[in-house]
Write a new protein. Sequence first.
Length: 143
Amino acid sequence: MSAAVYSAEVVETSGAKVKLRLYIVHADEHSFCVKKNCALQILWDQVNAAEIKCALGNEMTLANRLDAKWVISNEDRFIKSVKLIETKNHPAPPGFSFKKHLKKKVGLPQALIEIVATDKKWIEHLKKGETWDTAPYDMEFYV
């Protein structure tokens, strides 16, 4: 089993807006975090995983990503809004086998979310079809 909570895929970008499909890939996860701090973590996890040189990567470090106080106090600097558009296969039925569905993602619980950044530079590196694993959590609980 992966340490990731979600697998993210870029569905569409337009200006400062990005639509992502999130697939739950961890059996212990049962919901989608659609808060600004989670959106920021998801976006930064892609920058970090792919070692992308971009505006977001220049402004946020791994130490920042792991610091709940920093993420919460800076979420409005990067993220204007987050919206859950739709879900599919959610919640997963009792006895659902994540392991069986991970490779093709067919049948996994999924959500389409829209993230609006405060500036298009924070998401300009994202390309349709890109995927990455991410493990966001609601950091408000820890501040």
